[in-house]
Design a protein around this ligand. Structure first.
Ligand code: 5AD
Ligand code: SF4
Length: 433
């Protein structure tokens, strides 16, 4: 029996409403998206509020302590809801489900199903089973027609950076079948997608039989109707000249690349097992900038890794000033069980981590403001992704969000030339030419 939110259709079939709450990276967003598409083919319907949900799915992240705390507090709220709605099912998926497994149930007794990140492929089937659904599966996946879609091309990671829990929760690196990826992209494009973001922990090391990452990009770029290709994320050690050259020559590949630097101190990079030096990293940045003039480079930085002295930190701060990233994410080091760094003494006090975090953020914000201010008056080619209240939400090739006036809903999915009139730190405002 399901709770009263379940809806009866004309033929008296029960439609179950599912809610997916996602914590963490694009990988998780992508997997939640895909899970949603599969559940929809079984006749389930996606809702966005807890009060409408028959099944609540929490897709979790373990990369930092805070992310797990966020999942626990969400589960606390869902358990309260469940007391009033005893038929609601609670499902926990993703990295924390993999890492903690049944331990989650010791704390949150009403959780019905826990499926770890490694079992993502069978999550939908397990949910169907949990709900005793016997509905006939529709032939084609029920894919919403979003303009920009994520497509996972590989799972897991073999790099074992010393701070990172990903290899433990997501398992060995596996590249997915190239032909299936291309078919999936084509299906999305058929359903209205204009932009595909290829996802993996380290897309540069994609290799399926004789298809490597750049060959995969070339295959995808032949899909008619597809306008833009993006990819995420990269490890500097595997980023070869072939990718730089595909970015420079393949018009559908956007001029944005995310390359986590983590630190600019060679001592810390070594302790992190990152397998490159700061000099090597810089060489890569220069190469990209020489070949792709408008390239936007973004990065990830960790502050307060064990043993990071003031002088190590100063090196990272100087690198941020010198490189002038198009944007960056900065994280306070968080010790994760199972990782090699977990054995090290977490010797940078929290207050100091917070101070270093704030300094990097302040510097990066200052640079971002300068970069966007310099774009005012320029003409940008943007892809229209959404239309709301008379304003088009679009993105530049470099990945910046632009709110555009002067267009209509008919412009969705089209490239527009826009003059930038105003710039704020995370968004630009412009008019259609
Ligand atoms: N502590 C802090 N940040 C981390 N990241 C990964 N593991 C940790 C950790 N234990 C950051 C890295 C990575 C990003 C996704 O998360 O910067 O690139
Ligand atoms: Fe974690 Fe390093 Fe793999 Fe990225 S490359 S997922 S930081 S182990």
């Amino acid at each position: 029996m399901y709770n009263t939110q379940a809806v009866l259709t004309n033929n008296n079939e029960i439609i179950l409403n599912y809610l997916i709450e996602t914590i963490g990276c694009q990988m998780n967003v992508c997997e939640s998206d895909w899970l949603g598409s599969v559940l929809s083919t079984y006749g389930m319907s996606r809702v966005s509020s807890l009060s409408d949900a028959d099944i609540v799915i929490l897709n979790t992240c373990s990369v930092r302590y805070q992310a797990e705390q966020k999942a626990f507090s969400y589960l606390g709220r869902v358990e309260e809801f469940r007391q009033q709605n005893p038929d609601t099912k609670i499902v926990v998926t993703g990295c924390m489900a993999e890492r903690l497994g049944l331990k989650i149930k010791q704390r949150f007794k009403s959780v019905d199903l826990i499926v770890g990140a490694k079992d993502i492929d069978i999550t939908a089937l397990k949910i169907i089973d949990l709900c005793n659904i016997e509905a006939e599966k529709q032939e084609e996946l029920n894919i919403p027609s979003d303009i920009a879609r994520y497509v996972t091309i590989m799972r897991g990671c073999d790099n074992y950076c010393s701070y990172c829990v990903v290899p433990f929760v997501r398992g060995r690196e596996t590249s997915l079948d190239a032909e299936i990826i291309v078919k999936k992209c084509s299906l999305f494009v058929k359903n209205g997608a204009k932009e595909i973001m290829l996802l993996g922990q380290n897309v540069n090391s994609y290799q399926y039989n004789d298809v490597k990452f750049t060959s995969l990009i070339k295959k995808i770029s032949t899909i008619n109707g597809l306008e833009r290709i993006r990819f995420m994320t990269n490890h500097p050690k595997d980023l070869g000249d072939d990718l730089v050259s595909v970015m420079a020559t393949e018009p559908k590949v956007c001029s944005h690349i995310h390359i986590p630097m983590q630190s600019a101190s060679n001592k810390i990079l070594k302790a992190m097992d990152r397998k490159y030096t700061y000099e090597r990293y810089l060489e890569l940045i220069n190469k990209l900038r020489n070949v792709i003039t408008d390239v936007s480079i973004t990065t990830d930085i960790i502050v307060g890794f064990p043993g990071e002295t003031e002088s190590d930190f100063e090196k990272t701060l100087k690198a941020v000033k010198d490189i002038r990233f198009g944007g960056l994410y900065v994280f306070r080091y968080s010790p994760r069980p199972d990782t090699k760094a977990f054995e090290l003494i977490d010797d940078v006090p929290l207050e100091e981590k917070k101070r270093r975090h704030a300094i990097i953020l302040k510097e990066s914000n200052k640079i971002s403001v300068e970069i966007v201010a310099a774009m005012v008056g320029s003409m940008q080619q943007v892809l229209a992704e959404r239309f709301e209240n008379g304003v088009i939400e679009a993105r530049t090739r470099g990945g910046r969000k632009v709110f555009v006036k002067g267009g209509t809903g008919k412009d969705l999915g089209k490239h527009l030339n826009v003059v930038i009139k105003e710039a704020k730190i995370n968004s630009l405002f412009g008019d259609v030419v």
